[in-house]
Design a protein around this ligand. Structure first.
Ligand SMILES: NC(=O)c1ccc[n+]([C@@H]2O[C@H](COP(=O)([O-])OP(=O)(O)OC[C@H]3O[C@@H](n4cnc5c(N)ncnc54)[C@H](OP(=O)(O)O)[C@@H]3O)[C@@H](O)[C@H]2O)c1
Length: 224
């Protein structure tokens, strides 16, 4: 079975993805700034999914272990340094799934405010940092870590994929393992500036209505 690298798999969203991929039979390499922290996360994952093949290591080793897909789940402030750390491990034909939402904290509060990115979006910034021949696809900006981590939970949401067609197919094929999650083709990577901006809208709705909101697009039932 293929190996998926999850850079930041020690954190909220990344760990949820680690569990989903591991439960589906993928081998998972968790990448961290601290290999011991990654090993501890791998042990937690193995307790939750006993048959899993999950190992923890440095960012660079995890990216090198990936068969084709490297998932990036770190805060926006660390996106560039993380991609620079794995640059030597990324090979031609690999796909980086970038989940980054470029958020900054409101004064004294949680990260809820979208910040401007020179390249147009966090995903386009990522594309500027990966070696030639490596494709970036952005997705999962509105899927909550809690929904992914609860393996008994059917996600019942859509996620927008932005990037090159062949790379989006690689990502969509991997995301099929999450029950209820539907991958929608949002167009080229430039569309990420739109898809990344939906997250602060949902965060605001969640705070006002004290619930968890997600996205479902109507009129696309045929692709379900
Ligand atoms: N949480 C969600 O529900 C959610 C939903 C959609 C998208 N996202 C996006 O996914 C990415 C990760 O979100 P998250 O909530 O999972 O983040 P998180 O738990 O705060 O951090 C994820 C991992 O990033 C690594 N990291 C690298 N530099 C860091 C730094 N300076 N400070 C803290 N952690 C750092 C840490 O791993 P090591 O310490 O092991 O290196 C950490 O475990 C973000 O870009 C976010 O916008 C999150």
């Amino acid at each position: 079975m293929a190996t998926v690298a999850v850079l930041g798999g020690t954190g909220a969203l990344g760990f949820g993805l680690v569990l989903r991929f591991a439960a589906a039979g993928y081998q998972v390499a968790i990448g961290s700034r601290d290999a011991d922290r990654a090993k501890a996360a791998a042990e937690r994952a193995t307790e939750l999914v006993p048959e899993a093949w999950v190992h923890g290591m440095s960012y660079a080793d995890a990216a090198a272990d990936a068969t084709r897909l490297v998932v990036l789940t770190v805060p926006f402030a660390s996106q560039a340094e993380t991609l620079k750390a794995v640059s030597g491990s990324l090979r031609e034909g690999m796909v980086v799934l970038d989940t980054t939402v470029p958020l900054a904290p409101a004064v004294g509060g949680r990260p809820t405010q979208l910040v401007g990115v020179w390249q147009g979006s966090a995903a386009q910034q990522a594309a500027a940092l990966v070696p030639a021949g490596v494709r970036v696809v952005s997705a999962l900006h509105t899927i909550s870590a809690a929904a992914l981590t609860d393996l008994g939970h059917e996600v019942d949401e859509d996620t927008f994929l932005a990037g090159a067609a062949e790379a989006k197919k690689v990502v969509a094929d991997h995301l099929q393992v999450v029950p209820g999650l539907r991958a929608i083709d949002a167009g080229p990577l430039e569309a990420s500036r739109l898809t990344e901006s939906i997250t602060p809208l949902l965060i605001g709705l969640n705070m006002r209505y004290k619930t968890h909101t997600g996205v479902r697009i109507t009129g696309l039932e045929a692709i379900a």
